[in-house]
Ligand binder design. Structure first.
Ligand code: SIN
Length: 348
């Protein structure tokens, strides 16, 4: 794909995508609702459960996801919803088995540029992430401009460089929690305008044939996770171009603040070093990620990404912030032990 901003060319004006935009629909109940809240079956099967950082990221050691029972699959969804992203190494799962596993969680999502309807092939990148209009290295949740942006995404790496090609994941639940109550209140009423126009233009000018036309959709800037009921920022620097309720400069500066808030959040972030056979399974509703490009031969990195459509993002004011959840479940003494809490613990 071209990384220069080539704008509205003849190619863009004359290109007709073969498919219409995806219409909003009501997905099936999130599989995490069917899970044992203690996740006993899944966690007991692991040789080791490594919580990689307090706020985000758990590695399950000694589990083959190709062998999960239906109960364990549901518990995995809950763990992903709670921890943002769950990692595995040395997986034997085949592409066909990955499709089947993805199907357990819902309807297979299709990225507008996705050639095979069942997966995206993820490659290495060596473009200049500092170049104008190169959004390849920027944080994002997967195509949030859809009416039903993806909930769970699974990425399995087949080839990885010896050095480089890591992926960073950041918790948007924690990002929201770290804002002052004044900013939290202000942001709760706002909506981000998510657009795929710039991606479409660059894609067509780069010689690709996106399957769907560009779209703009408004989603709450703060959304509530349907399973954990936690409030989370739903910011996406790759696709959010405006904040609907704000005037032009107010929006530009608010988005600038949010980007700085996100990029300064090393404490709310996990950086994953891939190996062939590694898998990451994340929840786009509460996590943004960025693949770190450059410094390696991009032909040495290849992965297969599958995802499912999620619910239309919503905001429920009765949801809790992470701190409110911690306070309710553990009080002051639990503040330093975020990871030990069950984010999804039933109401007490
Ligand atoms: C993606 O953006 O979904 C792929 C992430 C990666 O290449 O690590």
């Amino acid at each position: 794909m071209s990384t220069s901003h080539t704008g509205i060319t003849e190619q863009v004006l004359t290109y007709r995508p073969p498919h219409p935009p995806v219409k909003e629909f009501e997905p099936a109940t999130d599989r995490a609702f069917f899970a044992d809240p203690e996740k006993k079956s899944l966690l007991a099967a692991a040789q080791k459960v490594r919580n990689l950082t307090p706020y985000i990221g758990t590695e399950l050691v000694g589990i083959q996801i190709s062998q999960l029972t239906d109960a364990q699959k549901d518990e995995l969804a809950l763990l992903v919803a709670e921890r943002g992203v769950v990692f595995f190494r040395d997986q034997d799962i085949t592409l066909d088995q990955q499709y089947e596993l993805t199907k357990h969680y819902g309807i297979q999502d299709r990225d507008p540029n996705q050639v095979d309807p069942r997966h995206v092939t993820i490659l290495g990148r060596n473009s200049d992430i500092r170049a104008y209009a190169d959004f390849g290295g920027e944080y994002h949740s997967d195509h949030s401009f859809e009416a039903n942006p993806p909930a769970y995404t699974m990425l399995r790496m087949i080839k990885t460089p010896d050095s480089g090609g890591d992926t960073i994941f950041t918790s948007q639940t924690a990002l929201f929690d770290k804002l002052s109550p004044t900013f939290q209140n202000l942001f709760e009423g706002l909506h981000g305008v998510h657009s795929s126009e710039h991606v479409f233009v660059n894609s067509v000018n780069g010689g690709n044939k996106p399957f769907r036309p560009p779209v703009r959709r408004e989603h709450p800037l703060i959304r509530t996770h349907p399973v954990t009921k936690l409030k989370s920022l739903f910011y996406n620097p790759t696709f959010v171009i405006h904040i609907a309720e704000l005037k032009g400069q107010e929006s530009i500066h608010t988005l600038g603040f949010l980007r700085e808030h996100l990029h300064a959040a090393d404490d709310l972030t996990v950086r994953w070093k891939w190996e062939p056979g590694s898998v990451a399974f994340w929840d786009n509703r509460v996590v943004v990620h960025r693949a770190i490009p450059g410094g390696y031969d991009p032909s040495t990195r290849e992965g297969k990404r599958t995802a499912i459509y999620g619910e239309k993002p919503f905001f429920d004011p009765s949801g809790e912030t992470l701190s409110q959840r911690i306070q309710r479940l553990g009080g002051e003494t639990a503040k330093g032990e975020v990871v030990k809490l069950h984010f999804n613990s039933p109401q007490v």
